[in-house]
Design a protein around this ligand. Structure first.
Ligand code: SAM
Length: 243
């Protein structure tokens, strides 16, 4: 494998990650709580951020990846989103009544001190009684056992040619799971592999970390249709309130 393939992954992100009902869940929640000022941490290419802004909210989208933000800004077309390059400390104090992390952003904080620091910044960014919502894959559902070429292969026509993508689990040392994303251009035969490590926290440790930061977990769901959380649930979807 080489790491040289010129390929616009950020541009293809939306096609590779279609709406699973997650964006709809967060948009409905924003409407229910009458959110007006949104913070989207780890906004990526900004699909949810734009959706929330289109509902009449002012929105700040924060992400450390300049390529993801570049695509977000290109798609923005005049909508009222304040895009910020960086980490959770880019959020202004008491600036939001609804903070969200979609697309399993909560799992990128692989060490507990990084997770606690992000929660601290989200708490600081929210006004009192503000709402935080996010999801994390449920470790007891063991999603990583399905991360192999056969189960995850996707083929896309891109500006650079026809490209295959797939994931393979590299190692599991709970709560951490490492996986590789393989990218192969079928026209040029260029190949690339990127490794990521995700944290699979269980519901108890997620709730404890929220409480330690000054949040109260109001609801825990097993998916974005608000099914009750069980050990078999694929997701842990949490709605919390800032004290
Ligand atoms: C799977 S994408 C999700 C993007 C978007 N929230 C969505 O739902 O489509 C994960 C995002 O987390 C961002 N990210 C990685 N590390 C981060 C960190 N420490 N703080 C905030 N965002 C981070 C990545 O740049 C990436 O855009």
């Amino acid at each position: 494998m080489t790491a040289l393939m010129a390929f616009d992954f950020a541009d293809a992100y939306g096609d590779l990650n279609p709406d699973d009902g997650d964006y709809r869940f967060y948009a409905e929640l924003a409407a229910e709580i009458r959110a007006t000022r949104i913070l989207d941490l780890g906004c990526g290419t900004g699909t949810l951020t734009r959706l929330l802004a289109s509902q009449g909210c002012s929105a700040v989208g924060v992400d450390p990846d300049p390529e993801m933000l570049r695509v977000a800004m290109q798609k923005s077309k005049g909508e009222q989103v304040d895009w910020r390059l960086g980490f959770s400390d880019r959020a202004d104090t008491a600036s939001a009544d609804f903070a969200v992390m979609s697309g399993h952003v909560a799992q990128v904080f692989r060490h507990d001190d990084a997770w606690a620091a992000a929660l601290h910044d989200l708490h600081r960014a929210l006004i009192p009684n503000g709402t935080l919502a996010f999801e994390s894959r449920n470790p007891t559902a063991r999603a990583w056992e399905q991360w192999n070429r056969q189960a995850t292969l996707r083929t896309l026509d891109t500006k650079e040619g026809r490209v295959e993508f797939w994931h393979e689990t590299a190692w599991v040392s709970l709560p951490l799971v490492a996986y590789d994303t393989f990218t192969r251009n079928l026209d040029t035969h260029d190949e690339k592999v990127d490794r990521d490590v995700l944290a699979f926290r269980d519901p108890t440790s997620l709730v404890r970390s929220l409480e330690a930061t000054g949040f109260t977990a109001l609801n825990q769901y097993g998916d974005w249709r608000r099914t009750p959380l069980t050990p078999e649930s694929p997701e842990i979807v949490i709605v919390a309130r800032r004290a």
